[in-house]
Ligand binder design. Structure first.
Ligand code: DAT
Length: 180
């Protein structure tokens, strides 16, 4: 089946997505250390390798070049063993991922994090609205099989530690099942 063709990798690929400020990079770094999976910070990569079509002043963000991004990552993702960290998820091919985690944060907490980050009011409001209407969660559900999309709370340190532990356990189980 198609599914079998896609599960040739020996180690899984995980996508960690969510509204900016929900904790993707922090969780990806910690989970990468504890699982040995390779962390790919897509936002950084887009800037570094110019996988964009310029900067959008109005939205204060880079205009992503989808094709360039997918080409850049194809080989690495095909081999498996990656944690991909990005605030959007529909740009990637569905076949890349074995697990899609959507981080969620309460409004007031997220507001403070984005304010601390120095975001302008317009950008804070946009992101808070996006979190309230769970835009990324819906996007993930539309782009990937329901059974691989998991919503995780990311409000405090306990959540973060619990999420790292869950990822670690999930990776071990996936490897055992795939390589048995
Ligand atoms: P993202 O990559 O989603 O933009 P981040 O990892 O940079 O988010 O985190 C934004 C800030 O919030 C950063 O200062 C770390 C903090 N943070 C993230 N997740 C947290 C959590 N679960 N508990 C407490 N602080 C958290």
């Amino acid at each position: 089946t198609i599914q079998e063709a896609y599960t040739e990798r020996q180690t899984p690929n995980i996508l960690i997505t969510g509204t900016p400020g929900t904790g993707k990079t922090t969780l990806s770094q910690l989970a990468s250390e504890s699982t040995g999976l390779h962390h790919i910070n897509v936002g950084e990569l887009v800037k570094e390798k110019s996988l964009h079509q310029g900067y959008d002043q109005e939205f204060q963000s880079w205009i992503l070049d989808d094709d360039k991004l997918v080409d850049e990552l194809e080989e690495t993702l095909s081999s498996g063993g990656n944690i991909v960290d990005f605030h959007s998820c529909e740009v990637f091919p569905e076949r890349w991922f074995d697990l899609v985690l959507v981080l969620r944060t309460d409004n007031t907490i997220l507001y403070d994090r984005l304010k601390d980050r120095g975001y302008l009011q317009k950008k804070i409001t946009e992101n808070i609205d996006s979190e309230i209407f769970q835009v990324i969660l819906e996007e993930a559900k539309e782009s990937y099989a329901a059974e691989i999309v998991v919503e995780l709370q990311s409000n405090n340190i306990e959540d973060m530690q619990g999420n790292v532990a869950r990822i670690e356990e999930w990776v071990e189980t996936w490897k055992a099942r795939t390589n048995e």
